[in-house]
Design a protein around this ligand. Structure first.
Ligand SMILES: [Zn+2]
Length: 283
């Protein structure tokens, strides 16, 4: 079972859970109000988070969504509070509300290429047999950037996009120097081949660099990354993008150049990331 982690009097998070693709959920407690980050992938997930916050006397007041994907929004009804989304996330949620989540319809959407089996499998596993999915409308809709003052803590929510999902937001907790990246640094999975594009990654990395953060949350990583850990992930993405451009997507040449750049044997993660850039090169 996932256990709530307290990082400070202001910052709490429930770790991700790989088996059913539950993302990290977080609570930012201000003097006046508490902001929750993401709604979770089911009512059970949202409920577990609320139950674990209760002993700390924390109930959320407002919820911010990182993006529209099912695992971040299916808990909205259970969360039962005003929610913040950018207009793209809002529109995507309106689309999701029309879908059935029963096996037959899910399988049909996978067949039609609208859904991917990775998500369909996790949905079946998380929601079990009785699937009562009720995705509530977001209440506060913004376009590019907004600030939420919780009392002694300010949160900046910025729509940044990226390969994973065009509606992705960053959520920056100023006083805690914590940056919530959602899934924005993960690959585009809704494509024939999972991929990154050099252009979108370049723009995204530039935006991320403008935030002075010491703690970085990637929704499906088990724990937040320190400044040093994030810097090496950042460097890996930046170098892979640059080498993909220089070697015009030729995998072997990129691997060779990267090995000599880092002066070490490449890890499985390195090779996976290069693979995503190679897949995206022709796009
Ligand atoms: Zn996602």
């Amino acid at each position: 079972m996932q256990t709530l982690q307290k990082l400070s009097n202001r910052l709490f998070y429930l770790p991700s859970y790989q088996k059913t693709d539950r993302p990290i959920l977080a609570a930012v407690a201000g003097d006046n109000q508490t902001l929750l980050i993401d709604a979770g992938n089911s009512s059970n997930h949202a409920q577990l988070f609320k139950e674990q916050l209760a002993p700390h006397n924390i109930t959320g007041d407002i919820l911010a969504l990182t993006h529209w994907h099912w695992d971040h929004v299916f808990g909205l009804h259970e969360m039962d509070m005003p929610s913040i989304a950018n207009y793209m996330t809002y529109n995507n949620i309106k689309e999701l509300q029309r879908f059935s989540w029963e096996d037959k319809e899910l399988d049909e959407r996978v067949e039609a290429g609208i859904e991917i089996s990775f998500c369909a499998d996790a949905i079946k596993l998380e929601l079990g047999e009785a699937r009562d999915v009720n995705i509530t409308d977001p209440t506060l809709i913004f376009e590019n950037r907004m600030q939420v003052n919780l009392g002694g803590v300010n949160c900046i929510i910025e729509h940044v996009g990226g390969d994973h999902s065009p509606d992705s937001n960053l959520i920056y907790i100023q006083e805690e120097k914590a940056l919530f990246l959602g899934d924005c640094l993960y690959a585009n999975m809704y494509a024939e081949k999972w991929h990154y594009t050099m252009e979108k990654m370049g723009t995204l990395l530039e935006k991320i660099e403008t935030y002075d953060a010491e703690l970085f949350f990637l929704s499906h990583h088990p724990a937040p990354l320190s400044k040093e850990e994030f810097a090496s992930f950042f460097e890996l993405l930046k170098t892979s993008a640059a080498l993909t451009k220089r070697y015009e997507g030729r995998q072997e040449a990129i691997v060779k150049a990267m090995t000599s750049h880092f002066q070490r044997e490449l890890t499985e993660e390195d090779l996976e990331i290069i693979g995503y850039f190679v897949n995206g090169y022709a796009k």
